[in-house]
Design a protein around this ligand. Structure first.
Ligand SMILES: [Zn+2]
Length: 125
């Protein structure tokens, strides 16, 4: 985002200057209209690129401040915590938790949540 803002800003300024130069140097109507559109294009690029540039710059500054201000003992657990809380480790465990019970009467497999055995009809506790 930061680099995109710089590129858009540079393109906008370049097209703005180029359009202004073509308007000033060339006297024909076509060049004047073309230069006008190039200037408008440059203004649009500047308008789009400036927020991207500012947002990207602020994010960079915040990251730099966080990296510099936070002491290493505090920074280390902050980076390790998200790795342990990752849902990828919790998701494989959840499908294993539903318990397939066995019927105490006939030993048939009873799906979790069933109150009675589907084979012999005995009550499952
Ligand atoms: Zn049974």
């Amino acid at each position: 985002m930061f680099v995109a803002g710089i590129i858009l800003l540079a393109l906008g300024v370049a097209s703005f200057i180029g359009g202004y130069a073509s308007m000033a140097s060339l006297s024909s109507v076509d060049s004047f209209v073309g230069g006008y559109f190039v200037i408008v294009l440059g203004v649009i690029l500047i308008c789009v690129g400036t927020p991207l540039f500012i947002v990207g710059l602020v994010k960079k500054i915040k990251r730099a401040k966080a990296a510099n201000a936070a002491p290493s003992p505090y920074a280390a657990p902050q980076y390790q915590a998200p790795q342990y809380q990752a849902p990828q480790y919790q998701q494989p465990q959840q499908p294993q938790q539903p318990q397939a019970k066995t019927c105490p009467q006939c030993g048939a497999a009873v799906p979790a949540g069933n109150a009675f055995c589907p084979n012999c009809g005995a009550q499952i506790q």
